[in-house]
Design a protein around this ligand. Structure first.
Ligand SMILES: Cc1ncc(COP(=O)(O)O)c(C=O)c1O
Length: 497
């Protein structure tokens, strides 16, 4: 079940030595846990035998045994006789903090702000723990009404089989109408409803790419998209977008690497928050045409402008004529991640291929959730307005706290989306994340959003939580940053193991 192995010397390098903290086994356990949490030690990576790690670190075997025991108790390591030990994550526990945090955000009670990269995160049993690991909000105010309307509608479907591999016709029609309203005429047979955008990545990677194909990705980008592409065995070709898109450079990279597919997030890019201007959209579609590549555009955040009256950029599909642009949409950020509904917009023939390809894995998406999303999409402007108001308030509070308490950190105020991408002025993001976790706040460091272990001088800071939670979060980050800066310089980090 494990797919990777990290040797003793390699793990010792990743650890960069164990801090002087006592007892040593606890410091070692904490450091390994930090590597698991920030993604540098992938899940289900087999750990070195205790004696090998002990030799590599110059510690006694008893110390390493005690550290592994602690990690096992905490759920970060699993072992089986004869199979060794491998990295894991503890099961998710609901904590008393969650309803309070959610309620303070105006979200529904019970909404969980658990982190996400790259697992079902545990939330420590401390009610004051603040989770900035996840950029996704609770459901909007009209959610209950949408659910009630969907339940009323359900009997029309429940008399039939309920399997609709392409998605309910009624939902596909509303999604298609949404594209038409944004200047991209679309028929329902061009839409495939998926189980979230994540399922859409997986399907597209499977249908559009072969193992070994080159796929262009932005750096930084959404980590689980990278996961889906890696799982398909594609070769990732990263292009930097920290300062926005340099389409000439991107076009050159696409042709040189002969990419089969390029993945972009043009609307309030996760994590940078950039919005691709119209001219660059046109140029990017043209570059994909010249490189003969599919351009997969992730519009998960497209409806999340913080000023709902600001003019919107046209979807990338508006510049396409040959079916090269494939669009991914999702209900998760605008509506609610728990619905697990996303979709793909493409040509009708490719939509049919994708529908056939999805059947062996999950057959079809759940009917009730599709009906709920349909109801919410019919009232999308109300949802957009609610999100914009809450997110703008939170973003401004986060920015004010950062300017006051961490004046050396640089960031742009994004015009949409749910997070700030902060340049922290020192390559210590991973250490910062680890220190922050100890001080009661979870953040995700830059390397998690990259392909190759770089971006150590960035962190992503979501502003989904309310101002009175964001302020103490930044206070803890300021302490953690001081700690991270004071620690001895890290050795250069290798890529994922
Ligand atoms: C850019 C981007 N795409 C897709 C997703 C996943 O969406 P879904 O919940 O629909 O699978 C996320 C979630 O964080 C995201 O940030």
């Amino acid at each position: 079940m494990t797919t990777r192995y990290v040797s003793g010397p390699h793990l010792a390098r990743l650890l960069g030595g164990v801090s002087g903290e006592r007892p040593v086994y606890a410091a070692l356990a904490r450091a390994v846990r930090g590597l698991v949490l920030d993604g540098r030690l992938a899940l289900r990576t087999r750990l070195p035998a205790e004696r090998d790690l002990a030799a590599a670190l110059g510690l006694s075997r008893t110390t390493v045994t005690a550290a592994y025991d602690r990690l096992r108790d905490e759920g970060y390591v699993e072992s089986r006789q004869g199979a060794g030990s491998w990295t894991a994550l503890p099961p998710v526990r609901m904590t008393s903090a969650e309803p309070q945090v959610a309620a303070a955000d105006g979200a529904r009670p019970g909404t969980r702000h658990g982190g996400k990269f790259g697992r079902a995160h545990p939330v420590p049993d401390d009610p004051s723990f603040i989770d900035l690991g996840c950029a996704t909000p609770g459901a909007p105010a009209i959610f209950d009404e949408a659910v009630a309307a969907a339940v009323d509608e359900l009997p029309r479907y429940s008399a039939g089989p309920g399997y609709e591999p392409a998605g309910l016709a009624g939902l596909r029609q509303v999604i298609a109408d949404g594209y038409a309203a944004r200047g991209v005429p679309t028929r329902p047979d061009q839409i495939v409803v998926t189980t979230g955008a994540q399922h859409a990545f997986t399907l597209l990677a499977q249908v559009l790419a072969e193992p070994g194909d080159a796929v262009m990705v932005e750096r930084p980008t959404y980590p689980h998209a990278l996961g889906a592409l890696r799982a398909r065995g594609t070769r990732l070709v990263p292009v930097g977008v920290n300062e926005g898109w340099d389409v000439e450079l991107i076009g050159g990279a696409m042709r040189q690497a002969a990419v089969r597919m390029a993945y972009t997030i043009p609307d309030f890019q996760n994590p940078t928050g950039h919005l691709m201007p119209a001219a660059e959209r046109a140029a990017l579609v043209d570059a994909a045409r010249r490189a003969d590549a599919f351009l997969v555009t992730d519009e998960t955040f497209a409806d999340l402008a913080l000023d709902v009256d600001a003019p919107r950029e046209p979807p990338l599909a508006a510049y396409d004529s040959g079916g090269r642009v494939v669009t991914i949409g999702s209900a998760s950020k605008l509506m609610w991640g728990g619905l697990r509904i996303g979709w793909i917009r493409t040509t009708a023939p490719l939509a049919r291929r994708l529908t056939i390809a999805r059947e062996p894995s999950d057959m079809a998406s759940p009917v009730l959730e599709q009906l709920i999303v349909r109801e919410l999409l019919l009232r999308v402007e109300e949802v957009r307005a609610e999100r914009a108001e809450t997110l703008r308030r939170n973003r401004d509070a986060l920015a004010a706290a950062l300017r006051e308490l961490l004046p050396g950190w640089e960031f742009r105020l994004p015009a949409g989306g749910m997070s700030l991408w902060a340049r922290i002025g020192a390559p210590v993001a991973t250490r910062l994340a680890e220190a922050a976790e100890r001080l009661g706040v979870r953040v995700v460091g830059g390397p998690v959003f990259g392909v190759d272990g770089v971006l150590e001088d960035y962190v992503r800071l979501p502003y989904v939580l309310p101002p009175d939670t964001l302020r103490p979060a930044v206070e803890r980050l300021a302490l953690a940053f001081r700690e991270a800066e004071a620690a001895p310089p890290a050795r250069p980090l290798p890529a994922y193991v």
